[in-house]
Design a protein around this ligand. Structure first.
Ligand SMILES: [Mg+2]
Length: 384
């Protein structure tokens, strides 16, 4: 197939997080960090979508990370990265995608092993998988694993409630009452985290993502404090995020350590594995090189005996792609979804429920409502 045209859509979908208190009424924890997608100060979330048109009329979708760096990723997609793929021939097979993506990564390797250019490449990789799976007449998940599941379980990834214990407890109750069996907080305070644990039945799993705040010493203290919360994992406890030696020191103390969404590409993730720094790696499809990148991490992690639970704080094609990947994994792996009420159903999987049934249609299964795209459009570009 040859790519004859590509469209880029940067959209911003409004949401509400069901807050009881406004952010200004809440105790201030790490409020104001609008660069984090889970921030309590946000009421919209962006999605940077890519549509590839093949010469036989097929259309394939992908998504690139993300959030407030979208103008930079958009520029990469709409210029040099987009030009690389336009009019390029790719064989309709997994090997064909691998050949094209290897050439692309080699072409752009001088621009960094992560960041906007790699995020852009991630969207193109995912869209090529969508096209290739359509050619094969299979959902993407069956190309990854012929025995892939059609129904997957979902975990609720809560936005930050600013460490307010009453609000956090009420919100995890809301998620549990909606049927979620696994819930992840984006809080840093012991009191709020323990309030969440107390609000939930013992059988409901709780995870905490703190987004890289602590020194090694703080991390040691906090791991000790958090043992009482019986967390299934503690995510990204240290600054910098790739302090692999520091992360390794936190392991084996009663909490599983998870990280990797900020790995510097597949090679960066390999370092996490070699340094034995984590119990769980979390590749992010829109950041690490698309479906090919996550598949490579799954292969490496299996060799190192490390669990994979993909990162997915997305609601667009990145959500659909991660759902396909999770469906190709064993049933202990749940799909992360932001626990937010979207004001607009971009596609048929929104609003998300604790059990997600995937379409058997060939491809990625991402069929967006173009009216929702148009109504929430921030920027767009077409190359042909
Ligand atoms: Mg995270």
């Amino acid at each position: 197939m040859k790519i004859t045209r590509l469209d880029i859509y940067r959209i911003s979908l409004p949401f509400d997080a069901g807050r009881m208190l406004t952010p200004s009424q809440q105790e201030t924890g790490k409020g104001g960090d609008v660069y984090n997608a889970a921030s309590p100060d946000l009421s919209r979330m962006e999605s940077l979508l890519l549509r590839l048109h093949a010469d036989d009329g097929r259309q394939g979708w992908g998504e690139a990370f993300g959030h407030l760096c979208n103008p930079a990723t958009f520029a990469a997609m709409a210029s040099s990265v987009g030009r690389f793929f336009l009019h390029r021939q790719t064989e309709d097979s997994i090997d064909g995608i691998a050949t094209t993506m290897k050439r692309a990564h080699q072409a752009f390797h001088g621009f960094g092993s992560t960041g906007p250019v790699v995020y852009a490449l991630s969207a193109f990789d995912t869209a090529l998988w969508d096209l290739c799976a359509q050619a094969a007449g299979q959902p993407v998940r069956r190309l990854l694993n012929p025995n892939a599941r059609d129904i997957i379980q979902v975990y609720a990834s809560m936005p930050s409630y600013n460490n307010n214990p009453q609000e956090v407890a009420a919100q995890v109750r809301r998620a549990a009452d909606a049927g979620y069996q696994k819930i992840k907080l984006h809080e840093t305070g012991n009191v709020a985290i323990l309030a969440a644990r107390d609000a939930l039945e013992p059988g409901i799993e709780l995870m905490v993502d703190v987004n890289c705040p602590w020194t090694r010493d703080e991390g040691q203290r906090r791991v000790s404090d958090l043992r009482a919360a019986r967390l299934s994992w503690l995510e990204e406890p240290l600054w910098p995020p790739d302090d692999m030696e520091g992360l390794a020191m936190l392991r084996g103390q009663g909490l599983s350590i998870a990280a990797g969404e900020n790995a510097a590409g597949v090679q960066g993730m390999l370092q996490y594995l070699r340094e034995k720094s984590v119990d769980i790696v979390q590749p992010s499809v829109a950041k690490i090189g698309g479906i090919s990148g996550v598949a490579a991490v799954m292969h490496m992690a299996r060799e190192h005996g490390v669990r994979v639970v993909p990162h997915c704080f997305y609601y667009g094609a990145g959500l659909s792609a991660t759902a396909q990947i999770v469906a190709a994994m064993d049933d202990t792996v749940f799909l992360e979804v932001p626990f937010l009420n979207w004001h607009g159903a971009l596609h048929a999987q929104l609003p998300v429920k604790p059990l997600m049934t995937l379409t058997r249609d060939p491809g990625l299964g991402f069929i967006p409502d173009m009216d929702v795209i148009t109504a929430n459009l921030v920027d767009s570009a077409t190359l042909d």
